[in-house]
Design a protein around this ligand. Structure first.
Ligand code: GLC
Length: 534
């Protein structure tokens, strides 16, 4: 059952029982705040930490356990803050360290934990280390903290190897003195060299800085990328994007990364209150993801396999089984996620609000921990057709890389029916919001039992009070018609109809919640999930 603590920061881990068995994070619902787009307190059109702080009661009322904040550190914003220039400073557009401290304190007072993003694979090209490395020139010891190399070709005019950036184009950029540096993402995001001890020391110190400030854990950006294969060998393959997450690459999912997370786990364990590490790791299989979650490594990893699964009963059941089977041997909870700031919102991916609602109830019934991306509780669709001039996603500017459409899931969320930017702030919003969002605002949905917001609130309340939802590491599948998933968890049954037609299914007990109105107790409507006590 989900545990709630009055003051998570000062909670004594020893009171929770044997380490690693009864942690708060095992079945936690963790809400992702994308600070640019959550709430804008100072009216500059861009979200900020004071905005988040003011809206924390919404998250408490929603019933989540923790908040994960995407980066708010000092950054030139070449990749929306995933290009960090100073890991211990808040970007002025988001506020100050004082605001971060106040936010963490207020969240704790409301019983919410706080997880921050740490970005260890790369920094900003405006980070002091990189600027110094550029200034000091080839051969300088400061260059050894990054991957600088001479080029190939007669004049060094070709990149040192054939690696491609995740955002498209070569993963190398040449500097005026002729050397090249590696950046697996945008050119403004040079990769750190994790062979260098100073990089290890720096990140251990950064973790401690934020742990001392009271954060309850870290979401680790590109956790699979830190270690590169010896000698940076060619891949011998173009269109490398298609290989991401499908095989171990010389720059992704190298076994050497695990040693880093062992040392980070030791730091997390020095602090009371069960501070956690969450890996953003793209690996070829659930088994390889589980390696990041061995008992002396991290606590959770995002389940991108589940996120990538379509609205199809067979595929969903396979993804659920594979995920649970892979995590069981390492004793880590499985996580579930449908949307985040990098993918098309699942309402749009699945093709309808009905499916999005059904998918949410299915996810919230599974054993393990759940990630909810801001706005999915409002049933927000992806914003398509943003004009080119407002887009900021670096992938868009690199052309042939990712589809470059990540801005469509990052549009500021609506709080009120009226007003500038529907209550996001008093000064408009950095990406335009569709007019229909007035009707999807928190204000419009609150108190309407048919709304998606009330569905999430109701589901999270049931989940919190239930000994079955979220708990454990297995589901008991029940026989069900084609296109329907049905499973039992103790005294609870969940069934999801992924087909476009109603399906006859004898009600196993009393209805707790349904993602669509039920007209006949034995008929599961199209694209609907129902929860029963049984
Ligand atoms: C992660 C982030 C993404 C960012 C990338 C580079 O995948 O989620 O938004 O662009 O890392 O830091």
């Amino acid at each position: 059952m989900t545990q709630h603590l009055a003051d998570p920061a000062t909670h004594d881990a020893a009171a929770e029982g044997p380490a690693g068995r009864t942690g708060w994070w095992r079945d936690a619902v963790i809400y992702q705040v994308y600070p640019r787009s959550f709430a804008d307190a100072d009216g500059d059109g861009m979200g900020d930490l004071e905005g988040v702080r003011a809206r924390l009661p919404h998250l408490r009322d929603l019933g989540v356990d923790a908040v994960w904040l995407s980066p708010f550190y000092a950054s030139p914003q070449a990749d929306a803050g995933y290009d960090v220039a100073d890991y211990r400073t808040i970007d002025p557009m988001f506020g100050t360290l004082h605001d971060a401290d106040a936010l963490i304190r207020d969240a704790h007072a409301l019983g919410l934990r706080v997880i921050t993003d740490v970005v260890p694979n790369h920094c900003s090209d405006q980070h002091d280390w990189f600027r110094q490395a550029l200034r000091e020139g080839p051969g300088s010891p400061l260059r050894a903290r990054f991957h600088f190399r001479p080029g190939r070709g007669t004049d060094g005019e070709l990149p040192p190897n054939d690696w491609e950036s995740v955002f498209g184009g070569p993963a190398w950029t040449r500097v005026p003195d002729g050397e090249w540096y590696l950046h697996l993402f945008a050119p403004q995001q040079p990769d750190f060299n994790w062979e260098h001890p100073a990089v290890h020391d720096e990140f251990r110190s950064i973790l401690r800085f934020w742990l001392d400030l009271g954060v309850d854990g870290f979401r680790i950006d590109v956790a699979h990328g830190l270690v590169k294969a010896d000698g940076l060998p060619d891949l011998g393959h173009s269109e490398q994007l298609k290989l991401l997450g499908n095989q171990v690459l010389p720059f992704f999912d190298q076994d050497g990364v695990h040693e880093i997370y062992r040392s980070w786990r030791a730091i997390l364990d020095e602090y009371a209150g069960e501070r956690i590490g969450v890996a953003e790791a793209w690996t070829p299989s659930a088994e390889r993801t589980a390696l990041y979650l061995r008992p002396d490594e991290l606590h959770q990893a995002f389940n991108f396999h589940y996120l990538g699964t379509g609205w199809d009963a067979g595929a969903l059941r396979a993804a659920i089984d594979d995920s649970l089977d892979a995590m069981r041997p390492v004793g880590a909870p499985t996580t579930w996620v449908l949307s985040n700031h990098d993918v098309v919102r699942h309402r749009t991916r699945f093709g309808s609000l009905a499916r999005a609602r059904a998918a949410a109830l299915l996810m919230l019934a599974l054993p393990g921990s759940v990630y909810v991306y801001q706005g999915e509780e409002l049933g927000l669709p992806e914003v398509t057709g943003l004009p080119d001039e407002v887009r900021q996603d670096p992938a868009f500017f690199r052309g042939d890389g990712q589809d470059g459409l990540r801005d469509g899931c990052r549009v500021p969320i609506p709080w009120t029916r009226n007003g500038s930017s529907y209550g996001f702030g008093s000064g408009g919003s950095w990406l335009p919001q569709p007019a229909e969002w007035a009707g999807l605002s928190v204000e419009a949905q609150t108190g309407d039992p048919a709304s998606t917001l009330e569905l999430y609130r109701g589901a999270l309340a049931v989940r919190r009070d239930s000994p079955w939802l979220g708990a454990g590491d297995a589901v008991e599948w029940l026989a069900a018609p084609e296109g329907v998933l049905a499973f039992r968890r103790g005294g609870f049954v969940c069934a999801a109809n992924t087909t476009g037609a109603p399906v006859r299914l004898p009600a196993p007990g009393t209805v707790l919640l349904s993602s669509a109105p039920l007209t006949d107790p034995d008929l599961l409507p199209a694209d609907t999930t129902v929860w029963w006590t049984a």
